[in-house]
Write a protein that binds this ligand. Structure first.
Ligand SMILES: [Zn+2]
Length: 248
């Protein structure tokens, strides 16, 4: 997920400089180095720091203002806005928080909870509605996971494909559309984890249990299998996430 304004048609060098300015200034704000209400350095000081023309700096400041991080007022110094004004789910804001180690655990938890609500609902629907071809597709992906135990990155992509196939099996296009952005945003908040083969074996078994229940059209069993899987994902990322699976 990228901000289209950061990738608009500009020569790549200019685009890189602008994106770097946005990232650096956002990092100083979200880390608290530049506090709420404080004035940013003058435009000329910032232009000198980044080695850019005033027009490039103003474009970067406009992007930051749209994310709620700063307030630009003609004739006044640009100021940092209060935390409550920040677009807390914006990828630049999330990325800056992750890079500066200032990600509040509540953001990760809320995204995780929202993702879990969707996954649990989609699993229940899939258990009712899965067609033969849906189960065949899920079984094919599960096999891919089994053959990737020693290749964590390939395993991770296959696991993601399993969840996407499961959402498709729910035949609810709204849930399908809602799941991807939440998953993408969650990716901005948590670091990657390097799972050993023994963990991947457990993850594989959790997915296999979900598929077994889906094939039997066992709605309760499928939801429980997904709940167990989501709890173990949460525990691997952060202990407090494992116990925050919504009871719905
Ligand atoms: Zn999974």
């Amino acid at each position: 997920m990228q901000d289209k304004r950061l990738t608009a048609k500009l020569p790549s060098e200019k685009r890189d400089v602008r994106a770097r300015m946005v990232r650096e200034i956002a990092g100083r704000i979200v880390s608290g180095a530049w506090r709420s209400g404080a004035a940013l350095p003058s435009e000329s000081a910032l232009c000198a720091k980044f080695g850019v023309a005033r027009s490039s700096l103003r474009e970067a400041l406009r992007i930051l203002a749209e994310k709620g991080l700063i307030e630009v007022r003609h004739g006044f110094r640009t100021r940092v806005r209060a935390y409550e004004c920040w677009d807390f789910l914006d990828p630049v804001v999330l990325g800056a928080r992750r890079e500066t180690g200032s990600m509040p655990s509540s953001v990760t938890q809320e995204l995780f909870e929202a993702g879990a609500v969707i996954e649990l609902a989609a699993t229940a629907l899939a258990a009712q509605r899965a067609r033969v071809e849906d189960c065949v597709r899920l079984a094919t992906v599960l096999e891919k996971m089994r053959h990737s135990m020693n290749r964590p990155i390939r395993f991770g992509w296959a696991a993601l494909e399993f969840h996407r196939a499961l959402l498709q099996a729910s035949q609810n296009r709204v849930l399908i559309r809602m799941a991807d952005p939440i998953r993408d945003l969650l990716g901005y908040t948590v670091p990657g984890i390097d799972a050993p083969a023994a963990t991947l074996q457990l993850v594989y078994q959790e997915h296999a249990a979900i598929l077994k229940a889906l094939r039997a059209h066992d709605v309760h069993g499928a939801r429980e299998a997904m709940r167990v899987h989501l709890s173990s994902i949460g525990l691997r990322y952060a202990p407090h996430l494992g116990s925050s699976i919504p009871n719905c």
